[in-house]
Design a protein around this ligand. Structure first.
Ligand SMILES: [Zn+2]
Length: 210
């Protein structure tokens, strides 16, 4: 989905929990720090973490000028037929799209670093009763209030700390060049929107067993 062009000048600050800040606008909705998106992209090995102006950034690395080039080398085939010259992919110069990050309390595990096993999400009391042993009530209580069934946090956060998009920093730069920074914000929102499309697609593929 293509997102609407952004005008950062219209967003108002809304304080959230744990000292988090959101920016809201009645046309665009919320500018969230989007930890789910950020932590997913941080763990993607084709991206890089870089420090610019003493600030941590996530760099999306792409090769827009990549092209297939002919090496001129012939590939001998067993059959004796001389093949076409070998072609290799030349990546060209990498382009880095940078997003400034801010370290926050992880929203997924609420700072614990671990979370309840999602395999049990949506289970009913009857399910615990039927699938558990005689101690099913204790097990259920442990699942709801304890940490025995906990697994590593889905965001792969660092012991409860997770990266988010630093919109405060981006909005701070906005006055210097509103047009450029608005386009930049639109590009970030486009990446976030594509991430959610991708996740929705993955979830529906899993549901249908592909
Ligand atoms: Zn977490």
């Amino acid at each position: 989905m293509k997102v609407k062009e952004t005008d950062l000048g219209t967003f108002k600050v809304c304080p959230g929990e744990n000292g988090k800040v959101y920016y809201h606008d009645s046309v665009y909705g919320y500018l969230d720090s989007e930890q789910s998106f950020t932590m997913y992209e941080v763990s993607n090995s084709s991206n890089e973490m870089v420090v610019v102006n003493n600030r941590q950034h996530l760099a999306f690395v792409s090769y827009p000028d990549g092209e297939w080039v002919t090496t001129g080398k012939m590939i001998p085939r067993e059959s004796g037929i001389i093949s076409d010259p070998e072609r290799v992919f030349n990546h060209g110069e990498p382009v880095r799209f940078m997003i400034p990050l801010v370290l926050e309390i992880c929203e997924r595990c609420e700072g614990k670093g671990t979370m309840g096993n999602p395999a049990f999400n949506g289970t009913s009391i009857e399910w615990w009763q039927e699938s558990g042993g005689p101690d099913w009530q204790e097990d259920l209580n442990e699942y709801m209030h304890g940490d025995l069934y906990d697994v590593q946090c889905e965001f792969h956060c660092d012991q409860g700390k997770a990266w988010g998009i630093d919109w405060t920093y981006i909005i701070g730069q906005w006055k210097d060049d509103p047009r450029v920074i608005n386009d930049y914000a639109t590009e970030i929102r486009q990446l976030v929107s594509e991430y959610y499309d991708h996740m929705a697609e993955r979830a529906s593929e899993e549901r249908w067993g592909y």
